[in-house]
Design a protein around this ligand. Structure first.
Ligand code: CP
Length: 337
C-alpha cells in the first residue's frame, strides 16, 4: 500500500515543461530551423531582427549572466580547422542560453574523421545527438554539403576561403554599435582580401547599405572577381589601392586582416606579401577622431600592440559582440527568439 506522500509524488509530472522560462517558441522569426551558410541569405529586416535580439542577449548577460532559453537543446560544434573566437563564442553562447554543447574543437584528429569518415556521415551522426551543428571546414562549399546531409540546422563557421557569415554579422553589429549607423560610412578593408573569408562576407553585407568601400591589398591578394562584381552590381563605390596612407584620412571603419598563410599553395608567394601592412600609433594620428579599427583576429603583426590603448581600437569589443550575435542566432535557429 502506498504511503500518502508517495501517492502525491507519483501524481507530479515527470518533467517541468516550463524549461523555457515561460516563453513560447517563436516560429515566425524567419530563422527557425534555418541553415546559416552565406550572408546572401540575409536581408536588412532579418539583420535588424538579429541585432535587436543580440542587444537583448547583451542586456541579459550583463544583468544575470545566463538564461534557460534553449535548455534541453544540444549544439554540436565541429571544427576541422583551428579556432579560438568562433568555437569559444559559440560554446559560450549556447551555455549562456542554458543549452549544452558537444565540442569537437580540439582537433578532428580526435574524432572518427581521422579514420576516414566522410563529412556527410559525420553530420548524419552528430544530428542524432544535437539540435544544431556549427561547422568549420577548410573547403569552400563544405557547409552547403553538410547542410544537405544533415536534417538539423547547420551554421557555417568558416568554409575555407569562402564565407564566414556569423563573423560578418558580428562585424556589422560592431560597426552599428560603435558608430551608431551603417549608412554614409567609408569602410576600408586592408590585407588579404583574396583569401579572407570574413572580408568576402562583410563586403557583401555592407553592399546592402549606403557605404563606400576602399580595398587595400597587395596585387595578388585583391578581392576575388565574383565578390567584387556582386559589390559593384549593388551600386557600391569601390576604390582599390596598395597603400593605407591613401585612404586613412577618409576612413570611418578600418577593417584589418591577417594574410592567410594556410591558403597559399606556394609559400614563397606568402613570403612576398606577409608583413606588408602594420597599423601603428603614428598612422593613427592621420585618422578621423571617430574612426573605428576592427580585425576579425588573430593578428600576426598587422596592428601594433600600442594601438590597443587607442579608444578607436574596437577589436576586443568586436570579439565580445560575437557571443551576443551567436546567442541571437542560436536562439533564433532553435525557435526561441
Ligand atoms: N575570427 C575568427 O574566425 O577567429 P577564430 O579563427 O579564432 O575562430
Amino acid at each position: 500500500m502506498l504511503m500518502e506522500q508517495e501517492k502525491h509524488r507519483m501524481m507530479e509530472p515527470l518533467f517541468d515543461y516550463d524549461v523555457m522560462g515561460g516563453q513560447p517558441a517563436l516560429v515566425g522569426n524567419g530563422l527557425t530551423g534555418m541553415d546559416i551558410l552565406s550572408v546572401d541569405q540575409f536581408d536588412k529586416a532579418k539583420i535588424d531582427y538579429i541585432f535587436a535580439r543580440a542587444r537583448e542577449m547583451r542586456e541579459m548577460v550583463e544583468i544575470v549572466g545566463a538564461a534557460d532559453l534553449v535548455k534541453g537543446n544540444v549544439l554540436a560544434c565541429i571544427f576541422y580547422e583551428p579556432s579560438t573566437r568562433t568555437s569559444s563564442s559559440f560554446i559560450a553562447a549556447m551555455e549562456r542560453l542554458g543549452g549544452s554543447v558537444i565540442p569537437i574543437t580540439g582537433g578532428v584528429q580526435f574524432s572518427s574523421v581521422s579514420k576516414g569518415e566522410t563529412l556527410q556521415d559525420t553530420m548524419r551522426t552528430l544530428e542524432q545527438y544535437a539540435d544544431v551543428i556549427v561547422l568549420r571546414h577548410p573547403q569552400i562549399g563544405a557547409a552547403i554539403a553538410a547542410a544537405e546531409a544533415a536534417t538539423v540546422p547547420v551554421i557555417n563557421a568558416g568554409d575555407g576561403a569562402g564565407e564566414h557569415p556569423t563573423q560578418a554579422l558580428l562585424d556589422l553589429f560592431t560597426i552599428q554599435e560603435e558608430l551608431g549607423t551603417l549608412d554614409g560610412l567609408t569602410v576600408s578593408m586592408v590585407g588579404d582580401l583574396r583569401f579572407g573569408r570574413t572580408v568576402h562576407s562583410l563586403s557583401k553585407l555592407l553592399s546592402m547599405y549606403n557605404v563606400k568601400l576602399n580595398l587595400v591589398s597587395p596585387e595578388i591578394l585583391r578581392l576575388p572577381l565574383t565578390t567584387m562584381n556582386q559589390v559593384r552590381d549593388a551600386g557600391i563605390d569601390v576604390r582599390e589601392t596598395h597603400d593605407v596612407a591613401d585612404i586613412i584620412a577618409d576612413t570611418d571603419v578600418l577593417y584589418v586582416t591577417r594574410v592567410q598563410k594556410e591558403r597559399f599553395s606556394d609559400l614563397s608567394e606568402y613570403e612576398q606579401v606577409k608583413n606588408q601592412y602594420e597599423i601603428t600609433t603614428e598612422l593613427m594620428t592621420h585618422a578621423k577622431e571617430k574612426m573605428v579599427i576592427m580585425h576579425p583576429l588573430p593578428r600576426v603583426g598587422e596592428i601594433h600592440y600600442d594601438v590597443d590603448r587607442d579608444p578607436r581600437a574596437a577589436y576586443f569589443r568586436q570579439v565580445r559582440n560575437g557571443m551576443y550575435i551567436r546567442m541571437a542566432l542560436l536562439a533564433g535557429v532553435l525557435g526561441r527568439a
